[in-house]
Design a protein around this ligand. Structure first.
Ligand code: TZP
Ligand code: MG
Length: 208
């Protein structure tokens, strides 16, 4: 298992659907200081140049906190800014193609939406998997939720770290953990919290 991922339990995402680029650095700092173990920049619809500019602003913030930085989608930008990781979806480049661009030191994560996709992503060599959306979520509105029933089977069939995602929030955490999840990604529940730093801190204490 990749050394930056083995102990990671809580994965935060600065998603520009919720946060303006101007507010992104302060949000990244709040999430990192609150205690996320990984931080992603997700900037759907923004130009590679804008993503690169923002990634270069966020990287020193995450580095200061010792939190690995992951860039969504923009593999070339991830390579040029020195991102720790890159995240690809089912419709993006294959894991091997992404790895060829970023090099062996950068970890590659992949989104999966079924047990079959999770098994396939591991076979492809993904360093970690996202699995979901567990619940319907406005952050990814065009996806059918997968529910909690397959979480245990995914963990039984995959050795790479699995991060459960989609509608994860404090009230649902107990059910999600009871279903077998060990790692979670939280987007809107942190970004829309009155105090994101405190929301991270509170949820982190409840993870095994
Ligand atoms: N992939 C599957 S669900 C999702 C992504 C990026 C969005 C999760 O966001 P939220 O706000 O935590 O439901
Ligand atoms: Mg993508």
């Amino acid at each position: 298992m990749h050394p930056l991922l083995s102990a990671a339990r809580l994965y935060g995402i600065v998603d520009l659907g919720y946060v303006t680029p101007a507010d992104a650095p302060a949000m990244a700092r709040a999430l990192c200081e609150g205690g996320v173990d990984l931080l992603q920049l997700r900037a759907k619809g923004h130009t590679p140049t804008a993503v690169e500019t923002l990634a270069r602003e966020l990287l020193p913030i995450t580095r200061n906190c010792g939190v690995p930085f992951i860039l969504n989608d923009h593999i070339d930008v991830a390579a040029s800014v020195g991102s720790d990781g890159v995240h690809v979806g089912q419709d993006d480049a294959a894991v091997a193609a992404a790895r060829a661009l970023v090099g062996p030191a950068v970890f590659v994560g992949k989104s999966t939406h079924s047990l079959a996709q999770a098994v396939a992503a591991q076979a492809e060599g993904a360093d970690y998997l996202g699995f979901g959306p567990l619940y319907a979520t406005g952050t990814k509105p065009d996806y059918v939720p997968v529910g909690l029933a397959d979480i245990a089977a995914v963990h039984a069939n995959v050795t790479a770290p699995v991060f459960c995602i989609g509608g994860v929030n404090a009230p649902r955490l107990e059910d999600i953990l009871a279903a077998g999840a060990r790692r979670v990604v939280v987007v809107s529940a942190f970004l829309q919290a009155a105090d994101p730093r405190a929301a991270v801190r509170e949820l982190k204490t409840r993870l095994p």
